[in-house]
Design a protein. Structure first.
Length: 797
């Protein structure tokens, strides 16, 4: 956002305020000044009148005689394309120093003496980017009548009159202060800081203007338009250009003002001043009526469904904020225009802007959550500018196509609440004096209570914390003396869920893992890839710093894998990491997740030659070890085959269910994923703590060790490929007594001899605390297992 000193001086008194003080004020108010450009760098430049222009033969040069109110006219050789007799120009005399670094000397060109220079925009300090193609090859020149121009000749402060001595402050706005995309709101902030009265920004009330009926139909066919107003204006005098000072001001504001397009210049002025983009079309080029929609496609203009467009019947008119069909633009012969102001869903405009990858003054405002009050404010300001410049002949009745008004935020707050959070003792009078100049309504409702209503333009005030932050900002962060807080040393009793998380952290730390803290923001593509827990509404940032950090993650695994890749690329090849963090989804819901990853070697002792490689079962053992420590009944854990994914291994990954509720996922990273990311073989586990928090935790008790000898029975069964052992295990052992352990001890698969089947060998262990089990008792219970297998139609080998 750019604001200039000359523009500010129209609305507040800056006579005793330096540029440095303005910069300091903006920085203290939270509007960081990125740069300051002083255009007052031209010396010894006066106004002159061209008396004679003669072409120098065989060159593109002209020999001119220019009157600067000296005894003799100044001979000047000029290479610009536009000098004409009786034109008024800015003349740099010999010895002058210009903004572009030039020093002017008397010199001879093509045999002609040149005693000065007629200046161009760029020579006076205007960036070439904001000059039209013609202006880049022209001098600054005005055509004035003899009466208007006579008093200008020789004037030494002509650059001040023409706007070339301005100072521009480029301000970096924070994301929550989109209201200050209006220069007037930024001026309001400075007026409050310097305790200066702020003159009003005039808008057209339309009450006294001649009006006519207009039946142009405007249809809003999308909920992405929140508010819209339309009016028609009959024009006059469109062949007149704007004052040079105004056009220079627009160029300083980084807009390429064109002397042939005064209406566009006024559109941009209204937008800069109020923050509201203005849309203008030639009314007589509209055939049927205007429709605003997102349901349109046009290959010629690269429009796809979802883009916000304005149509004339089925004809494309504008991709809002980005591109206008030239057939509908205003031209010098335009006699009537349709003017529109819209409040648009800024999230849609962000997607639209990313698609085309451009930025302009209108888009910068459409991308931010502006108040709906700016719609009619901006429209009224544009109409006032049209009237001030005598372009407005007649006005139609304003058509409020779609009405919307935010309800003012009203907050009840007490003085102790403010003082306690800020750490400073304010009085009620101080609070009122800070907030009132910015348009806040502050009403005392008790000895130490307020009812405060925020201005309509402030879309960043929602709660007490916002209000307290605003008071701190206005008072000045540097003015608040930092005091160390007094914190009583009280032992805090951990809640049950906090103990569970701490137990998990200690458990893995004792297993040789390192704890990591990872970044919560991820790209859009990773939401679908890593959404193992089927969360429906992940959060998307309003203003992401990049496409790599636009979404709140729905899993910890992707961030943890980034840390593993980082370590692997730096020769740390055997990483064991874990993390415990929250996942935020579903418009307010949050869940604690735990995740851990381990790579290929668990033990590798070079001295003893002992080596144990990582595996699915090692990770499973770790997870079940923690669950057992928390008192979960491991018999209630079921492992299901995980659906196909590009992230994890198709045959070494399982979903973990606890009482039929998804608890987590455990397995190996997909070989292709490992190859693409230069990742060593990696196993992972991620689970949702909330399932464990709500689980029935068994009290850990010491159990008597049986003094009797245990006995085991082994059995081999054939399972179809669509049968999962974890799903039928509980059915196999239902009602079986004396069973102390059940373990899968072998798995066999032979695609050539076994048609779509797998063989499992399971060992059942029996024992009793009271007596030595007999063969008859054991066989009786073992027969129950066989009967259950028969009912399940499972073949015993």
């Amino acid at each position: 956002m750019i604001i200039t000193r000359n523009w500010l001086e129209k609305y507040l008194d800056l006579n005793n305020i330096s540029n440095g003080e303005i910069v300091e004020a903006l920085n203290k108010l939270g509007f960081e000044v990125d740069s300051i450009v002083d255009y007052n760098k031209n010396s010894n430049v006066v106004a002159g009148r061209i008396q004679v222009v003669n072409k120098i033969p065989n060159t593109h040069l002209n020999f001119c005689l220019v009157d600067t109110k000296q005894d003799l006219v100044d001979p000047i050789v000029c290479g610009a394309a536009n000098p004409v007799e009786e034109g008024y120009v800015a003349v740099a005399r010999p010895g002058a120093k210009l903004a572009n670094g030039m020093e002017i000397q008397i010199r001879e060109v093509q045999g002609y003496s040149s005693e000065g220079m007629m200046c161009s925009f760029s020579e006076l300090g205007i960036n070439d980017k904001y000059l039209t193609e013609l202006e880049q090859d022209e001098i600054v020149m005005l055509k004035l009548s003899a009466e208007e121009g006579y008093n200008l000749i020789g004037k030494e402060d002509i650059l001040t009159d023409w706007g070339f001595t301005d100072v521009a402050f480029e301000v970096d706005l924070t994301l929550n202060r989109s209201d200050c995309l209006s220069a007037y709101e930024l001026a309001r902030e400075l007026a409050a800081f310097f305790a200066q009265p702020l003159l009003p920004l005039l808008i057209e009330t339309t009450e006294q203007l001649p009006k006519y009926d207009q039946d142009l139909k405007v249809i809003i066919d999308t909920p992405e338009i929140i508010k819209g107003s339309v009016v028609n204006v009959k024009l006059q005098g469109l062949d007149q250009s704007l004052a040079l000072a105004k056009r220079v001001w627009l160029k300083i504001n980084q807009y390429c003002s064109d002397v042939t397009k005064p209406l566009e210049d006024l559109q941009i002025q209204a937008t800069i001043e109020t923050g509201q983009p203005i849309i203008v079309y030639d009314y007589h080029k509209i055939k049927t009526g205007l429709r605003i929609t997102t349901d349109y496609e046009n290959a010629e203009f690269n429009i796809t469904k979802g883009d916000l467009v304005i149509l004339d019947g089925n004809d494309f008119v504008e991709l809002v904020g980005i591109r206008v069909n030239p057939a509908y633009l205003v031209c010098p012969t335009t006699s009537e225009v349709t003017i529109m102001a819209l409040k648009v869903n800024h999230l849609l405009m962000r997607r639209q802007q990313r698609k085309v990858g451009i930025s302009n003054i209108n888009l910068q405002r459409y991308l931010k959550p502006l108040s709906s009050s700016t719609v009619n404010f901006g429209l009224g300001r544009f109409l006032m500018l049209l009237e001030e410049h005598r372009f407005l002949a007649e006005l139609s009745t304003i058509n409020y196509v779609k009405e919307y008004s935010e309800k003012p935020v009203s907050l009840a707050i007490t003085l102790p609440e403010i003082n306690a959070l800020i750490g400073h003792q304010f009085s009620k009078e101080q609070i009122k004096s800070l907030l009132t100049p910015l348009g806040f309504s502050v009403e005392s409702t008790g000895e130490r209570e307020f009812q405060i209503i925020s201005p309509a333009t402030r879309t960043d005030i929602h709660q007490k914390a916002d209000l307290i932050e605003e008071i701190t900002r206005l008072y000045g962060y540097d003015e608040i003396i930092a005091k160390p807080p007094i914190v009583p040393n009280l032992a805090k009793k951990r809640l049950a869920w906090e103990k569970t998380i701490k137990n998990f952290e200690n458990f893995l730390l004792n297993q040789g893992f390192y704890q990591a803290k990872t970044y919560s923001l991820v790209p859009q593509k990773e939401i679908e890839q890593f959404n193992f827990f089927n969360y429906k509404k992940p959060y998307q940032l309003l203003s992401p710093l990049s496409q790599e950090h636009e979404m709140m993650r729905v899993s910890l695994l992707n961030s943890l894998l980034e840390a593993v890749v980082y370590n692997n690329t730096r020769n740390n090849s055997n990483v064991k990491l874990f993390t415990v963090e929250k996942v935020y989804v579903n418009e307010g819901d949050s869940y604690y997740h735990g995740a851990f990853v381990a790579q290929n070697e668990i033990i590798n002792n070079l001295v003893t030659k002992e080596k144990i490689d990582n595996s699915f079962y090692y990770m499973k053992g770790l997870f079940e070890g923690f669950c057992a420590k928390e008192g979960l009944d491991l018999r209630t854990l079921d492992y299901h085959i995980a659906p196909a994914s590009t992230i994890y291994h198709p045959y070494q990954t399982s979903l973990i269910y606890y009482h039929n509720r998804l608890l987590g996922i455990i397995g190996a990273i997909h070989p292709q994923f490992q190859k693409e990311h230069n990742l060593n073989p990696t196993y992972f586990c991620e689970f949702q703590f909330d399932v464990i928090f709500k689980a029935n935790h068994q009290v850990v008790k010491f159990q008597e060790v049986s003094k009797f000898t245990s006995s085991s029975r082994d059995i081999s069964i054939l399972l179809k490929s669509d049968q999962q052992y974890g799903l039928i295990k509980n059915q196999i052992i239902m009602g079986v007594n004396y069973l102390t352990d059940i373990v899968v001890i072998d798995k066999y698969l032979d695609p050539q001899t076994m048609n779509d089947e797998v063989a499992l060998t399971i060992s059942f262990t029996f024992n009793n605390l009271d007596h030595q089990l007999t063969e008859q008792e054991i066989n009786l219970e073992f027969d129950k297992i066989k009967q259950h297998l028969a009912k399940l139609k499972i073949v015993i080998r």
